[in-house]
Write a protein that binds this ligand. Structure first.
Ligand code: FES
Length: 95
């Protein structure tokens, strides 16, 4: 993991259907991600990003989500997170 490339770049609060988001640059790819975990609203912008596995771990109860699809990979079942690739606006994954 290279923290400088994984740190949230901006605190954009764009209207994304009412979903709070943050942006992340991961391996040169800009992603917009729902800020709140679907489990109990943990702050994913404070989560741990694993750049090699392309995942984010929620800091509250440690669910792990794919940064490619938003799919929940582990943790209490709660659904997926919303992700869009800003360089590929067709690739939007909604819960
Ligand atoms: S709030 Fe994210 S795993 Fe519980």
């Amino acid at each position: 993991m290279t923290p400088s490339s994984c740190a949230p770049e901006a605190d954009d609060e764009l209207d994304w259907g009412g979903v709070e988001t943050f942006d992340l640059v991961l391996q040169g790819q800009r992603l917009r991600i729902s800020r709140r975990c679907p489990h109990r609203a943990g702050r994913l912008d404070y989560g741990v990003v694993n750049a090699d596995k392309r995942t984010v771990t929620c800091p509250l109860h440690f669910s792990v989500f794919s940064l490619d699809t938003g799919e929940q990979l582990s943790g209490s079942p709660c659904g997926r997170i919303q992700i869009s690739r800003l360089d590929d606006p067709i690739a939007i994954f909604k819960p």
